[in-house]
Design a protein. Sequence first.
Length: 525
Amino acid sequence: MYTKKYLLSTLKEKPAQTKTISHQLMLRAGIIRMLSAGIYTWLPTGYRVIKKITKIIQKIMNEFGALEICLPLLQPKKFWDQSGRNKLYGAELIKIINRRKKQFVLSPTHEEVITYIMNYEINSYKQLPIIFYQIQKKFRDEKRPQFGIIRSVEFLMKDAYSFHINNKSLKKTYHEIFKIYLKIFNKLNLIFHVNIADATTMGGSISHEFNAIIPKKNQQKLLKNFNYIQTKEIKIFFICTKNTKNKYPYIALIINSEYQINIKKLKNISIINQPIKFLEIKKFFPKIGNNLNIKNILENKIYIIADTNVKKIPYFVIEKHKNLNSILWNQDIFFNNFLDISNINNDEIIINNNKNHSSEKKIEIGHIFQLNTKYSEMINKKIKNKTGKNTFMHMGCYGIGINRIIAAIIEQNHDHKGILWPSCIAPFQVFIIPIKINKSNLVKKYSKLLYKNLKNKNIETLFDNRSESFGKMFADMNLIGIPHGIIINLNSVKKKYIEYYSRVNNCTKKIKITKIIKFLQKTIK
């Protein structure tokens, strides 16, 4: 895509009356524009991000066997009267009366409607369990729309609904979708907690809430008098090996910062000294202080074992002299082994009820419910089970707020230059800035050839062909958060190389022109 054919609506100054970083950057990067309080237009850059997130969710839900549908946004109000949720939602329900004086609700959710439809479509226990999902807009008459798209009147959601012949089947699917949500949020590189939640507005007995954690300023820091280094996304523990005279006297255990070390699993690792004793950082590294260099620490005669879940984390950030330094796995640091060493495994539901998190700012990004028979009882829907007995269907519902995911990702991934998108959802993967393209045929030749080759490799690229200064073009690319950049100038192409720029690491690297495509393909993966 050429910028002259694209709507690149960036703003230099901070917009007035914006209270959150995500709201500020979404306006400045040309992602959204407000039409009315709580109602936004998604411009091309923002809509590209939406489409990528929905594609990830669709792929994972489809692999699970969920069936995608599209339910009507307008619902007869009588369904909400019947379920009792008309009064429960109260003024938040947006109500419409048509020319025939029929009353409708502009949908905030679809439990009543999907139950009504399944009343006619499901007639036997042999059809169960079955899971439906959709991705579309929802509406809520917010009393105080604020924080941009975090609390809005119109919002985009993925909502799913499952139907079962009994509670055992419901719990099994609920557990499986719980793990799917972990997979989705980890795929999007989100830092999040899961908590037991209130199910009042939906009904049912069991509910869990997924909350993205919004980091405080200077959150990345070295904790004093404790046995791990706390970073944005990982924890590092230090212990001794079995034989302190060997090549590696110490072991670094690296796990996701949301998880805990499983001591029982450590005892099964042969090279770890027994009994297991964690080393305090101050004693282990007495001069650590302001001279912290995590790369040198981990490469100094230390055997590195990373939990298998760490593979999901592309990089981590740690503060040094008020600057944020990024460390890339298997580029800046090489692991000796990936092992299952945390309390997380494929069969566990992990709930974080740590009261210490109550003061943290958070954004709800997902919510799941076991609704049991509430809605099938509402319409008196019974089907025969295996024994021939009539029984009410059990139901679960599962929501993901796509608007809120985007806001949460920006809150967790930004710097003073703009947004730092994870590569999988960035509006473009690569940008090209040709310096003084109109004054050099050689720059024009190599720039357009590279752009053509990137398109042929299905690498989404934004080619900046505007008549702007390099500073303006570079600032815009950083602001909208394109993770990889190519800078082409006459001096470099004469020497058969170009400059590669990493948005995450905020650094440049000279790459031979003949190797840039393969380099990008490998780096983007």
